[in-house]
Design a protein around this ligand. Structure first.
Ligand code: SF4
Length: 343
């Protein structure tokens, strides 16, 4: 088993995405480790929902505790908080996480029940792969996929990936960097599972697809329905505003060429990231219309841009954390399964 080697940098998908979105944001978030306590809410909610899924989709065809049972326990331990709920048009309102999560997990089970078409081959586990960036330096690529499953009607092995929110992603599944990286490294982690005798029954297993398990962060639409399942207005007419599916399963297919493209891109990106970290490439901002909602540093960025006292703001509004230490802890790097090395 390899050990966590802190001399070799780690890279994760969210960091790559952050870097490409805006180098200034990457610098504040990934290099300085600044975190706004307010952004924890969405992260915490997603983590809790993922844990509900993890406890539900245990190895084999049997299911663990119903998602709502796990949710009630976790939200009680964590404490309630307010978070954003998104309607079918992606408009947001604030809602109690306890109320929203309870409703989501109840509705999820109503829709899928015990999910009898799915067998779980291997539940959630972290991985890391040693790679060499485009400039010749080694790094670890780290991640954690949600589950390796078998779609029983067609006997198809698949990566099961839970997504909370992410409506816009549905039209761009082929370009989702997170699952693309899981696909890219699948042969290595399947080999590792087999080395660790976790896949004895699946010799020669080859992935066929990824199955996205979308869970919309919203309460069910409680307006009355007609016999065709269409929502009605108060006067009984059919509403023009029909809800999107709150829960949706979408398969995605990749091949060997996708794999090569993803690995090449990861190495190229890591090269640039290293040069920025080493001060050999500049840090600059990338203003877009999305800055108003997708950046936790938006207000500080404005102060920085106008050369006002942004440092005082930073000291008051953000806490510093070691994202990698947290991540290593989250990934459970001390357990014996995680490490695979590829050269
Ligand atoms: S507000 Fe926009 S430009 Fe400024 S740091 Fe954030 S993402 Fe970058």
């Amino acid at each position: 088993m390899a050990r966590l080697d802190t001399e070799i940098p780690m890279l994760r998908t969210s960091e790559r995405q952050g870097f490409k979105r805006c180098r200034q944001r990457f610098w504040w978030g990934s290099v300085e480790g600044l975190r706004s306590p307010q952004t924890r809410a969405a992260l915490d909610f997603g983590t809790i929902i993922h844990e509900c899924m993890e406890k539900f989709y245990i190895p084999g065809r049997k299911r663990g505790p119903k998602p709502v049972v796990t949710f009630r326990r976790l939200i009680k331990e964590h404490g309630d908080f307010n978070m954003n709920e998104y309607d079918e048009n992606d408009n947001k309102t604030r809602r109690s996480a306890a109320e929203l999560g309870e409703s989501m997990m109840l509705t999820y089970y109503e829709k899928y029940g015990a999910d009898e078409d799915i067998a779980i081959i291997a539940p959630e586990f972290p991985f890391r792969i040693r790679l060499t960036d485009a400039g010749g330096k080694d790094f670890w690529y780290v991640g954690r996929f949600d589950a390796l499953g078998l779609w029983l009607p067609t006997d198809s092995p698949f990566i099961f990936e839970h997504k909370t929110g992410s409506e816009q992603l549905k039209s761009m599944l082929w370009g989702d960097e997170q699952t693309s990286s899981y696909w890219a490294f699948a042969p290595q982690y399947i080999a590792a599972l087999q080395r660790n005798k976790m896949l004895r029954r699946f010799k020669g297993l080859e992935l066929e697809m990824m199955l996205f398990n979308f869970m919309g962060k919203r309460m069910p639409d409680e307006r009355p329905m007609n016999s065709e399942g269409l929502r009605l207005n108060k006067n009984g007419t059919v509403s023009k505003r029909q809800p999107k599916e709150q829960f949706e399963r979408i398969p995605a297919y990749r091949d060997e060429d996708d794999r090569k493209s993803v690995i090449k891109r990861i190495k190229q990106e890591m090269y640039e990231i290293r040069l920025v970290r080493e001060g050999k490439l500049p840090v600059y901002k990338n203003f877009t219309k999305d800055c108003s909602w997708d950046c936790q540093f938006r207000d500080m960025c404005e102060l920085h841009e106008t050369r006002s006292d942004w440092r005082s703001y930073r000291n008051q509004m953000y806490v510093e954390s070691d994202g990698y230490a947290e991540y290593a802890h989250d990934l459970g790097f001390k357990s014996p399964m995680e490490f695979m090395e590829v050269k």
